[in-house]
Design a protein around this ligand. Structure first.
Ligand SMILES: [Zn+2]
Length: 238
């Protein structure tokens, strides 16, 4: 892997795995990666915390002295407060992923914002990631007043059961570079692909001299550009 070379798109689903710059430019107020030339990678885990799987993730991260960011579902934090505390105690950061894992495009803005605030009763963070990577422009405009919105530079597609665990890892290996924000899922559906891809990612990039850090809002410089009104095509691919 050459960190300076631009990774090539190989198939249509790569547009989802690694959103093209053109799409990123349209949504100027969203963080897709961290702007750095240092060998740093930002692992993120969506949808937890849940018993067993979150614990296994924490163990794997610990083995590599890796820190990560967990975009938690409020409902799960309410159910499993001790696992949430464990995430923080191990030096990882957390973000808001709504209380009920709502799809923004199917939810009116008032309900969506209330759901985020309900999650905020359990998750003390000003990082936000919309479930399914989807939200309306009206929602985005409100959320960004209070939160830094984080999407991704590399989506592992670990939840997609038509993709093998090896392809899942190769997606990450192919597209990751300094500052990449990588998405995994802290849920049962993704478990097999996620663990294979996570452990291999930790191994490969550690060997390559990378460190894994947690995101925090102060490192993310948001571009205040007003977002374009249209939802990008890729948002409807999954
Ligand atoms: Zn999610």
């Amino acid at each position: 892997m050459e960190s300076s070379a631009k990774p090539k798109y190989r198939k249509i689903s790569d547009l989802l795995v690694h959103p093209p710059q053109m799409v990123k430019n349209v949504f100027g107020s969203i963080t897709w990666k961290v702007n750095t030339t240092e060998k740093l990678i930002y692992l993120t885990f969506d949808d937890g915390p849940i018993p067993i799987i979150t614990d296994k993730i924490l163990t794997a991260l610990n083995l590599f002295n890796a820190k990560a960011t967990f975009f938690c579902v409020g409902e799960n934090v309410k159910k499993y407060p001790s696992i949430y505390k464990e995430i923080l105690a191990e030096g990882h950061s957390t973000g808001n992923h709504t209380f009920s894992h709502l799809n923004g495009l199917k939810t009116d803005t008032k309900t969506y914002l209330e759901n985020i605030e309900k999650a905020a009763e359990y998750i003390d963070s000003n990082l936000f990631r919309p479930p399914h990577g989807r939200m309306k422009t009206s929602q985005q405009n409100e959320i960004r007043k209070k939160y830094k919105i984080v999407l991704w530079d590399v989506l592992s597609l670990d939840y997609n059961q038509t993709i093998s665990k090896i392809d899942c890892y190769y997606n990450i290996k192919h597209f990751s570079r300094p500052g990449s924000v990588i998405v995994f899922h802290d849920n049962i559906k993704a478990e097999t692909n996620m663990f294979y891809a996570l452990t291999h990612t930790l191994l490969f990039f550690s060997e390559a001299g990378y460190r894994f850090e947690a995101l925090n809002s102060s490192m993310l410089k948001q571009n205040e550009k007003i977002p374009h009104r249209r939802i990008p095509i890729f948002a409807n691919l999954w």
